[in-house]
Design a protein. Sequence first.
Length: 427
Amino acid sequence: MSRFFKGLGAGAAVMAAVLALLSAAVLWRNLQGEEALVPDGPAERAAASSETLARGAYLARAGNCAACHTAQGGAPYAGGRGIATPFGTVYAGNLTPDPGTGLGRWSAAEFRRALKHGRARDGRLLVPAFPYPHFSLVTRADADTLWAYLRSLPAVVQTQRAHALRWPYGSQVALAVWRAMYFSPTPWVPDAGQSPAWNRGAYLVNGLGHCGACHASRNLLGGPGKLDEPGAGSVLAAQSWYAPSLADPAQAGVSGWPLTEVVRLLQTGINDHAVVMGPMAEVVASSTQYLSANDLQAMATYLRTLPAAAAPAAPWAGSRPADGQVRGQQLYTRHCADCHGAQGQGAPGIYPPLAGNRTVTMAQPGNLLLAITGGGFAPATDANPRPYGMPPFDLPHADLAALATWLRSAWGHQAAPVSEVEVLLAR
């Protein structure tokens, strides 16, 4: 019996030692690369010039900060908007300089630490729905300029709502483990083998623009992937929209597009190949349409070099029920052909073509189904202030499946059919 208890004691000691080592490793990983907090100097306390404030406003647009940090009907940047995640709802914080509920008591160094390292003013770990893994690339100069702009905003009193995350995802222990597994501060280092335009585009896409927050894959714990890895692309929580891969030419890859067409899509939301809808329409409306021509060309330059991440999907080789195909074609003729054309050719600058349209043929049919049932609405932009839209069609499940299946086999398309179950899930 004494040997048994001695064995238990030895096992417990080993377990305690292992836990201590793991805890030390997690702590070390969480502190790795953080800059020391220093009091603001004269430069940080000085009133910002008009040029600095204009530059800060531009950077806030580039980062699309207001999209998350403005509640519907609320004051800009005052927070309160709920952001749905697979783990619960996160409420965005108040970025205005209110001293009680916003950033009024923060220092420039504390703001940089939050932006680039994901820590609150008191040192608590922030939930990575705030995309600090991407913002870690933001340069100190840009972070300080953004800080100067936020500090110039009208102060708004709006108390931070508590996140509604399932246990244990919002706990500091879980966040520390997540960071140890998936986050490493990454300062921006230009690639000497690439052009200045390519480097600027990479900085905007991967850093301030945080495109990978939506367009890169994530694992079950929310661990982020890369834009150019196999399986890139992600379903957005609580919206059902699929953010397609920016590297896959069968999804949203633009390696085969002219540079001008990529710029046009980011600036206006429409080009000869595509129309942005859903969450991406919000990005164009709130962010990319306001970027300079040079920055849009830089982003396009970088995006066009993303390598295809996976082999093209094999054409669907199965059969489609004849009655379903007939029904699908009838529905298209009745509801769609007047605008999109008998051959799916669309009308340039007005109605997008459906023949060869990647939203129609992607392996994931969710965006096609959402466009039909919810309507297709391009963003209103300065360059395209009154875009044409498509009304929603409230079709029965069977009809919607038949229409989508026919579209995915018409005009030479060879995509898999759509089932009524997929329609139900998309709705």
